[in-house]
Design a protein around this ligand. Structure first.
Ligand SMILES: *Cc1c(COP(=O)(O)O)cnc(C)c1O
Length: 754
């Protein structure tokens, strides 16, 4: 496999007929003669624009005989320019070779801080171009040869090797696809390499994911080093699976576990699978429907004990084994909306009280690479370990880093007294891993980790933060220009750094700050990760008051979708986008201009058929309605039902467990359940997970009883979905049945004894 990494020559005279032009072109030719590619650029003025090429090039050659270098002054502008250029490259890339090239200059003209960063100083005419070319290429090739991390390297070698295989997968390196026309299409679309690299775990030279051997193990160790963890395990089925592995390694039936009520459904699945008895920590919520932090006091052991006392199943479990501590704590570290916790504070309170502290950092794999998030993530450099508690972090590599879908990892930090028994841990790992893992996913875990190695990773995180903050500044500028007229708001602190990225301090949630509406929070306990940007539409304030007019977010995101902008999550009056390391200025500028267009169409009340033609075709009832009128209709419906209050209260209400989640689930598998209509649900215990989208956070888990607020919410959703098809609230767990032409909605509940 030959990778393309040209050598970049920057010389003002690259195309000139003078002697330095002839000299540099002779060098370029000599390099090409050795089989390498050269890109020649005539760099005038600002060199730093070329620094971006660091990810594509294998070396830089910079000429320093340009006219700007004429003597005079204390430090010539050319030297300053050169220094900026080199600093910009080294900010992202500490290894790429940089050569200076001169006719009349010598190294004595160059200050030490620049010389230190160079791989060589080439004097034209002192050696033959061929000799110089070979010298440069040796450095360039040694640089590119060092790039690939262990597993990816082995996979590339294997796929390029051309040996025949008799093992699965049955498509034999893609050959099977070539035997049919539609297979041909598939092959042409995904390409030869993807299929050649799709190998089976019988291939010994690649190592085994399931036993963590060979190059796979080397790559996991490499990632552990980069993330500063004691252990790292790659997982090829998403953090949904990573979470289940962590749980199955630590939790058994009847164990008490302490869980964030705002957790991903994989944690609830883990509760069901292990047969654990959960007690829940309740996060705050504001009336925009945004989920805030769990208050610090909720974590205090005495409060956890109170929750155990209040729950008959937990009480019973504790009475049976009074010597056991809760087995695990799982919290969502970076909620959907970007709230994170100070992990050192949590360790202080919980070390010795709970055996395992598990941080579901699906959205936070970037944090360890930047000072900005100091202490606000689970595991990293200079982070002290607990005396007793083992710390786990699970990362969705694919959500914010450069991983392909399902790429995930588990990080472990051992305590002073407990080491991870890898053999025991692997029993849980095997329970959830396919015996045919997808090797492209493993390779992307490997590469994603290598990309994050400082300084490159730190620079990437810094860029994401900078873009996110620039987006916020741009939105405020538009707002200021509109004056009293309406515009969208990006949820976050009122004050931001004037320029640059500022510091963590700017993003700490302070007690009773108006902007967040989460009340009296403990000092320094939470921050908002600026790379998650929640855009708030007009119509509802943080206190839950509806304005006269309003713009439901679902209409905005539908509009954006037809304009090619897909957002991550939509709430009642908010939607959210994130600044991953893949985001670009062009992307967020497109969003800002699409929002401008929305405002224009809204203010002019343009009819739906004109602005959302596809959607109007699908739902003709909206065709003739103006955009503003439709917003008004939905807004007034929300307002009439006080739906912001209802959704907030239903998530904050105290849930009554009628049985252990795993027992309710067992009844479902045995079909000991009734299909109950919405209006009759109050007091019944659900057999299934009930999850409204948005926000996609489970509302009731198997075995919990419906209360009045939840029933009210379901009745609202039923009415709303009939009235505004196409803008439906999707509720997983709700069963729709057509009874004599009328849509009826049910939930499967566990059968009560009578
Ligand atoms: C997305 C997510 C998961 C699951 O991760 P996948 O990689 O999609 O399986 C787990 N926890 C949280 C908090 C998530 O947001």
């Amino acid at each position: 496999m030959k990778f393309r990494f040209p050598i970049l020559i920057i010389d003002e005279d690259f195309r000139s007929e003078n002697s330095s032009g002839l000299g540099i072109r002779a060098l370029a030719q000599a390099i090409e003669g050795e089989g390498a590619e050269v890109i020649g650029a005539t760099g005038y003025g600002d060199l730093s624009q070329f620094a971006q090429q660091q990810s594509r090039a294998s070396a830089f050659i910079l000429s320093i005989d340009d006219e700007e270098f004429t003597a005079g002054g204390d430090e010539e502008p050319a030297i300053a320019n050169l220094r900026d250029f080199i600093q910009e490259i080294r900010f992202k890339n500490s290894d790429i070779p940089i050569f200076l090239y001169g006719e009349t200059r010598t190294s004595s003209h160059i200050p030490n801080d620049i010389l230190r960063e160079l791989h060589g100083f080439i004097h034209m005419f002192e050696d033959t171009p061929e000799f110089v070319a070979r010298h440069i290429l040796r450095e360039a090739r040694s640089y590119t040869a060092g790039l690939a991390p262990p597993f990816f390297r082995a996979l590339v070698d294997y796929a390029s090797d051309g040996s025949y295989s008799w093992h699965c997968p049955g498509h034999s390196g893609g050959v099977a696809f070539l035997k049919s026309p539609v297979g041909q299409m598939f092959h042409q679309f995904f390409g030869e390499n993807m299929l050649r690299a799709d190998v089976c775990n019988a291939v010994e030279e690649l190592g085994q994911l399931l036993d963590h051997t060979g190059p796979v193990a080397a790559s996991e160790r490499n990632a552990a080093r980069i993330f500063n963890a004691d252990h790292c395990f790659f997982v090829t089925n998403g953090t949904s699976t990573s979470n289940k592995m962590v749980w199955h390694s630590a939790v058994a039936s009847g164990d008490i576990v302490v869980v964030d009520r705002n957790c991903h459904k994989s944690i609830l699945h883990s509760i069901i699978m292990t047969g654990a008895v959960p007690v829940f920590l309740t996060p705050t919520r504001n009336n925009l429907g945004l989920i805030g932090p769990i208050p610090l006091d909720e974590f205090r052991p005495e409060n956890i004990q109170k929750k155990i006392d209040a729950n008959p199943f937990a009480r019973e479990a504790q009475a049976a084994h009074p010597d056991r501590k809760p087995r695990i704590l799982t919290i969502t570290q970076s909620t959907y909306d970007g709230i994170v916790y100070n992990v050192e504070t949590l360790k202080e309170i919980l070390d010795g009280q709970i055996d395992t502290l598990h941080f579901d950092e699906a959205w936070l794999p970037h944090a360890t690479f930047h000072e900005f998030y100091r202490n606000m993530h689970a595991i990293g450099r200079d982070r002290p370990c607990c005396d007793n508690a083992m710390v786990f972090a699970t990362h969705s590599t694919h959500k914010l880093l450069a991983g392909i879908s399902q790429a995930s990892q588990i990080l472990v930090q051992e305590s002073k007294t407990t080491k991870l028994d890898r053999h025991i841990f692997n029993e849980a790992y095997l329970m959830h891993t396919s015996t045919s893992p997808q090797y492209a996913i493993i390779a992307s875990c490997d590469v994603a980790a290598a990309m994050m190695e400082p300084p490159g990773g730190t620079a990437l995180v810094e860029e994401s933060i900078a873009e996110a903050i620039n987006f916020r500044r741009a939105m405020r500028k538009v707002d200021a220009e509109w004056g009293d007229d309406w515009w969208f708001e990006v949820w976050g602190p009122d004050e931001m750094a004037e320029s640059g990225i500022g510091t963590q301090e700017d993003w700490i949630l302070r007690a009773d700050d108006n902007w967040h509406g989460f009340g009296n929070l403990a000092p320094g306990f939470n921050m908002l990760d600026p790379i998650k940007a929640t855009v708030v539409t007009p119509g509802l304030n943080v206190r839950g008051q509806f304005a006269e007019a309003g713009i439901p977010a679902s209409i905005v995101t539908r509009y954006l979708a037809e304009h090619g902008v897909i957002v991550e999550k939509t709430g009642l009056y908010s939607f959210f986008i994130m600044f991953t390391i893949g985001i670009t200025k062009g992307r967020w500028n497109t969003l800002v201009s699409a929002l401008q267009q929305f405002k224009d169409d809204y203010d002019k009340n343009i009819p739906m058929w004109k602005i959302l033609p596809e959607f109007s075709q699908q739902f003709p009832m909206y065709e003739g309605i103006g955009l503003r009128d439709l917003c008004k209709q939905i807004h007034e419906t929300y307002k009439a039902y006080d739906i912001a209050r209802v959704t907030t209260e239903m998530y904050l209400s105290v849930m009554q467990p009628a049985m252990k989640p795993s027992d309710a689930y067992a009844m479902m598998t045995h079909r000991e359940m009734d299909r109950v209509e919405i209006d009759d649900l109050e007091g019944r215990a659900t057999a299934v997970l009930l999850t409204p989208y948005p926000p996609g956070i489970p509302l009731l888990i198997p075995g919990e009883r419906f209360n009045k607020t939840i029933v009210e919410y379901l009745q609202f959703a039923r009415m709303f979905n009939l009235k505004f098809p196409g803008f439906d609230t999707d509720i997983h767990g709700l069963v729709e049945e057509n009874v004599d032409g009328v849509a009826k909605f049910y939930v499967d509940c566990v059968r009560t004894n009578n």
